[in-house]
Each structure stands twice: as C-alpha cells, then as structure tokens.
Design a protein around this ligand. Structure first.
Ligand code: MBD
Ligand code: FE
Length: 302
C-alpha cells in the first residue's frame, strides 16, 4: 500500500486579506508573499514556495473557510500507485492538469473530495525555494516545525466519521478514537489520524461544525515563540476559546485563538512524536479551560 507522507499545503478563502496578513504575519510569524496576483497571497513557514494560499473572496461559493487540502506522496511512481489504489477502493478522482499543477507549485496531483465535501489533492514534488531563506513576519527565536511532519494538523467537519475513516485509510493514514469525553449524558469519541511522526495530522468527531475546518495547529520549535504569540493574541484581545494547556495525545502545549475568518488556529510547542501503539484518554494533562464559546470547540478537555 502507498501512503501519503504528510499534510503539505492548504488553500483558504478569506474575505479580509489585510487582517489575515496581520494575524498570520505579525502575530503568528509566517512570511507573507505577494507575487502581484490580484486574487491571492501566500504564507510561508519554511523554504517551500508556500504552505498556505490565501484566496481573496469566495472559492466555489465558499468564503472564510478551508478550500483545499494537499497531501504529499514521495514522487511520480507513488502518485500513480495512489491512483491505482483509489480506483481499487472505488474512490473517484481526477488527474490534475499541468496548469493546475503549476498553480499549486507542484509537479503532479490528483484531485478528489473527502466524505465531508472537502476538496482534497494528492501531490508530489513541491517547489522548494532554497535560494530564499524563510523570513518570518515577526522576530522569531526558532522556526515552525514542519519537514517530514508536515505543516501541522487540522480538525475537520466530517458528519459521517465512519466514511471519513475509510477514506483517509485509503490514503494511507491510520488512527482511531483517542479520547472518551463525557459531555452531559453523551460521550464524544473523536478520531485522530496520522501518517508520520506528527502524533496526528487530522482529527474529527468533536460535534457539529458550521465550517469545514475547526482549527489548524501549527508548531514552534521554541517555547518562547509560543509565548510571544500568546502575548500578541492577548494584547490584541483576540478571542481565545481554550486557554493554554497540554493535550494528552500529542502532549503539546497549545492554546486556541480565533483567526480573521472566524475559525481557530492552535499555536503549539513541544509535541511528542507518535507513540508506537494506540492509547486513549479521558482528559488532557492540564489547562485548556474553555474561555470564549461559540467556535465549535466548547468541549471539556479537562
Ligand atoms: C488536539 O490537537 C486537539 O485539538 C484536541 C481538541 C484534542 C487533542 C489534541
Ligand atoms: Fe488540535
């Protein structure tokens, strides 16, 4: 079986690019790249051409939400094997055109849709601008932890978790529920899936969501960068939905702050690598107290 190796890139549709540049650049530390295109700018986290495309306005009628996810495979042979594997699993896909590959700054891609309706791409060979050192949007002590762990993790809207598990397993991700969270007389059992040493690259099953995405987790190599981001978020009175705390599964120190599109980013530091065997938990280690409600993550993690 061929497996995707990492969460490689994302497309976001945004109604307020200026606010996004302030948030992603001045607060979080990403590099803003404007190549003079009328409808988009790019966010860099390392020496790739970009990790995130900010599409100005609606994409296919969707605004202020996730508009595509790019999963990486090692090379063209694996992309062909992935196509065979999708055919065998009865998952519909299209082969991206040369123009579509060039637009994404990759050499080849497949295009499909996940069970939650999220446009999904599987690609190989991103454009890596080694000549252009990453230049953070604000001073940073360290870097974003990317590389073979991908750009971070996503929590997605999957109204049919069993179908989502089948789909992502067909792409080569593995995982299962990792929490039993008592919510009144219900027990939430969210699923976490991984494809590399990052403890999870996607998760779903936290309850109803308006948007396709609840949050993007990005990770710093240095604790002090998480601290600077936290100070900036607090100074600017950005909504924090869950306060600083440490998850039981990835053991990262994180908090959740609203972005200008009204969903969440989860800046973090210090995650452990994926353990060899599955575990599950009843709560987080400490913190993660709920603060501002209404962002789809009003769950008792502690
Ligand atoms: C996570 O990254 C997360 O976002 C939640 C809600 C629980 C465990 C790990
Ligand atoms: Fe998370």
């Amino acid at each position: 079986m061929v497996r995707v190796t990492e969460l490689g890139y994302l497309g976001l549709s945004v109604s307020d690019p200026a606010a996004w540049h302030e948030y992603a650049g001045s607060i979080i530390g990403m590099e803003i790249v404007d190549e003079g295109e009328p409808d988009r700018t790019y966010l860099r986290m390392d020496n790739w051409h970009h990790r995130i495309v900010l599409h100005e306005g609606a994409v296919d009628g969707v605004t202020d939400d996730l508009v595509y996810i790019g999963w990486r495979v090692p090379g063209p042979v694996e992309l062909e094997q992935m196509a065979d594997q999708l055919r065998a699993a009865d998952i519909a896909f299209e082969v991206g055109t040369d123009a579509e590959a060039a637009e994404r700054r990759v050499l080849g891609l497949l295009k499909l849709t996940d069970p939650g309706g999220i446009p999904t791409e599987i690609f190989y060979s991103p454009q890596v601008d080694t000549y252009k050192p990453f230049h953070p949007g604000r001073a940073m002590y360290g870097r974003f932890l990317t590389g073979d762990q991908g750009l971070g993790h996503l929590v997605l809207r999957e109204n049919d978790p069993a179908a989502a598990i089948r789909f992502y397993r067909a792409l080569g991700l593995e995982g299962a529920t990792e929490y039993k969270l008592a919510m009144g007389d219900m027990v939430a059992t969210p699923t976490f899936m991984h494809c590399n040493a990052r403890q999870h690259s996607i998760a779903f099953g936290f309850g109803p969501m308006d948007k396709r995405v609840n949050h993007l987790m990005i990770e710093y190599t240095e604790l002090d960068d998480l601290g600077l981001t936290h100070d900036q978020i607090r100074a600017r009175k950005v909504d924090v939905t869950m306060q600083l705390g440490k998850h039981s599964n990835d053991q990262a120190l994180t908090f959740y702050a609203a972005n200008p599109s009204g969903w969440l980013w989860e800046p973090g530091w210090g995650a452990r690598r994926l353990p060899a065997q599955q575990e599950h938990y009843l709560r987080d280690i400490f913190g993660h107290d709920n603060e501002v409600p209404g962002y789809g993550l009003d769950i008792p993690l502690k």
